[in-house]
Design a protein around this ligand. Structure first.
Ligand code: GAL
Length: 680
């Protein structure tokens, strides 16, 4: 059985860089980690030159010595392939491996992630180093798993090198066969963009107004996703040849322009995420803009759970986020490291690996605090991590449980990518996604993200009573069929403005709107418009309740098969339909002709009976997060001040074993994990 994420236990790890420290510290470091409950270390992900100091000259001394020492202990190792940081000799000799910006300016050696995925030389060099490392170490007992590269598509997720244009041409030829078909799909007759030969086609380039062809952009994002996946797959296939049966392959991070779901299935045993909730405390926004701050990170964790129902955290924050080029930020306050790590567990993480053991004494990240400061002295953060690993042992029963939810938010990569290329799309998408997340969080209504990805769907739709699919501008007949099945069997599907207005190429359909959704939704959009930002609030009357529309108004004619249940009551379109419902066998489809405001989300949840499903167990202040894994309830207080909860029936505190009932205090930055299934 795989060492990690096996439904048996929750495990702690840490990121370690033996190359940053004198060898004389290694043994003591490993011993101190073990005595603080840390069982896994991740190493190696930037250490290419230690293994291949000069082209073709491989040297195993460093990792032989380090792993030789580790294997005398119980510590297990996750080895990172070092391909996020090509050596200087490589980029100097083969500059074609470098990435560039949209103007063609080359990214030079001196930072990281400056390579492109499509250079044949870089692919070959990465395959070689991966093969050398895997062949040497995969069978060592202390090796438990592999990390591919580091944070694929982080920092830069656009690629504009010559190698990328060459690969893009091949990718497009496979897809369209002829330039005529490409011209048709991209609508190149517009602004005279017609291509007469493949050699005229490039990845998007610098244009005078920044407005590149939107259909090209959509294909470009799909292409980057495929490039990243095939780049990583080269490594996963090599590692699979050498690794022990129980050892895993993973990667860390969840970044843009990548179909993470297809990637996970293609190359990974499970996904890991790097969780730095402090980022959301330093966004420069007013601190309480949405009242969520670091709690907002739960959105990323829910996204990760969609990719991998049980996942790991490869880098869990322990200190201030600090690059030497950024202004200073505070360390987590006492209790916050634990709170943030529990946030990860509450959302499905079974492995928590902290970043990093000791703060680097040099380099860009010398202010990115790890557990220890560069002196390595014992400190409060180490004590907190040690105490946290004891908690993990006490709540290990959680590992076999899945997060539970009645509500899902459906997404797909076509629309994720399209909303990047299309400002109308991104405006309504972001507003709706923010409101959905905020209201679900604040009303303590657990939910999942579900994705259509290339080749499938990430969860069984039938396990959700209600599915929001906010703005699927692009939809295919296959996806319509899946949704129809869901609705026929009793599901409730909620669509928002602009649904169905585009085809797979991102071109607007010439049918009546909502295009391919017209049959399923039973709606007919006769007119549509953005709302004027300076006009008074536009209200929708939904059976007597007034709900503010947000950003956009699709005006429904009433000619569809569904019933109009909500009408605009403001402005020149007062009286037009805003909400329709189409009953279909046991289920129904709502068409909501706007972006979702907080009030609209709340109204849907309440009316459909899915709001706050644990209200009979506990009353929780809005500021506390509630999450559920099987029978286990997680309550997390992100504020400095203590607050009070009220349990309506007794539950058992999983850590102390005590019964909790009635009025119960929750400390500032405190948490409770309670078993709802058995009284103490
Ligand atoms: C992550 C990355 C690490 C380290 C850390 C702190 O994004 O994977 O290598 O850079 O952030 O910046």
């Amino acid at each position: 059985m795989q060492y990690l994420i096996n439904g048996e236990k929750l495990t702690a790890g840490v990121c370690y860089y033996p190359e940053h420290w004198p060898e004389s510290l290694w043994k003591e470091d490993i011993g101190r980690m073990l005595s603080h409950g840390i069982r896994f270390i991740r190493i190696g992900e930037f250490a290419w030159s230690l293994v291949e100091p000069r082209e073709g000259e491989f040297n195993h001394d460093f990792f032989d010595r380090f792993l030789g020492l580790v294997r005398e202990t119980e510590m297990k190792v996750i080895f990172g392939t070092p391909t996020a940081t090509p050596p200087a000799w490589l980029t100097e000799k083969y500059p074609e491996v470098l990435n560039a910006d949209i103007r063609g300016n080359i990214f030079r050696h001196g930072s990281r992630r400056h390579y492109n995925y499509n250079s044949p030389v870089y692919r070959r060099k990465c395959a070689e180093i991966t093969e050398v490392i895997a062949a040497r170490y995969a069978k060592w007992e202390c090796i438990a798993g592999w990390q591919l590269d580091n944070e694929l598509n982080c920092e830069v997720s656009n690629f504009y090198s010559e190698a990328d244009s060459a690969a893009f041409r091949t990718w497009l030829r496979d897809r369209y066969q002829t330039t005529d078909a490409l011209n048709e799909a991209w609508g190149t007759v517009f602004w005279n963009q017609t291509y007469t030969s493949w050699s005229e086609v490039y990845v998007p380039r610098y244009t005078c107004n920044g407005a590149n062809n939107p259909h090209q952009m959509l294909d470009y994002y799909r292409f980057i996703s495929d490039s990243c996946r095939s780049f990583a797959q080269i490594q996963s296939e090599i590692i699979r040849k050498y690794k022990k049966d129980d050892d895993f392959i993973t990667t860390n991070g969840l970044f843009g322009h990548l179909d993470n779901h297809a990637f996970r299935r293609q190359s990974l045993s499970f996904f890991t995420y790097d969780s730095y909730p402090n980022f959301s405390n330093q966004t420069g926004k007013p601190v309480d803009e949405n009242g969520l701050r670091d709690r907002w990170w739960s959105r990323k964790l829910a996204e990760t759970r969609s990719v991998s129902p049980h996942f790991g955290i490869m880098e869990q924050q322990t200190g201030a986020n600090g690059w030497n080029i950024w202004p200073g930020v505070p360390n987590p306050r006492p209790g916050q490291i634990t709170l943030w790590a529990m946030q990860s567990v509450a959302h499905g993480a079974d492995f928590i690996s902290f970043f990093r053991w000791r703060t680097a004494a040099f380099g860009t990240e010398m202010y990115w605090n790890g557990i220890l400061d560069p002196s390595g002295r014992d400190n409060e953060r180490l004590a907190e991590v040690g105490a946290f690993t004891e908690i993990l042992t006490k709540i290990s029963c959680v590992a076999k449980e899945h997060c539970l939810a009645d509500v899902a938010i459906l997404k797909d990569y076509d629309n994720v990518f399209d909303s990047e290329a299309d400002a109308w799309h991104s405006q309504i998408e972001q507003a709706s996604m923010d409101s959905l997340f905020t209201v679900l969080q604040k009303t303590h209504t657990p939910f999942d993200y579900v994705y259509f990805y290339e080749g499938g769907i990430s969860a069984n739709l039938h396990s959700y009573r209600v599915i929001f699919y906010p703005h699927p501008l692009i939809v295919t007949p296959e996806r319509i069929r899946v949704l129809e099945q869901y609705v026929k069997q009793g599901g409730i599907l909620i669509l928002g403005a602009r649904a169905g207005c585009k085809d797979h190429t991102g071109r607007c359909v010439t049918k009546r709107l909502p295009g391919l959704f017209a049959g399923l939704a039973g709606a007919d959009v006769k007119e549509y418009s953005f709302l004027q930002p300076d006009q008074p609030e536009v209200l929708i009357d939904w059976d007597g309740e007034k709900i503010p529309a947000a950003l956009f108004a699709d005006r429904l004619s009433g000619e569809g098969a569904g019933d109009i249940t909500g009408r605009y009551v403001s402005d020149y379109f007062a009286g037009d339909g805003a909400i329709s419902v189409n009953r279909c066998a046991d289920g129904c489809v709502y068409y909501y002709g706007s972006a979702f405001s907080d009030a609209a989300v709340e109204a849907f949840l309440r009316r459909l009976g899915v709001k706050e499903p644990y209200a009979d167990v506990v009353t929780v202040p809005e500021s506390v997060e509630l999450a559920v894994r099987g029978p286990y309830l997680f309550l997390l207080n992100y504020r400095r001040d203590a607050c009070s909860l009220h349990f309506h029936r007794p539950v058992t505190d999983l850590i102390s074993g005590a019964e909790l009932s009635g009025e119960t205090a929750l400390a500032g930055y405190g948490f409770i994990v309670a078993d709802m299934s058995r009284p103490a």
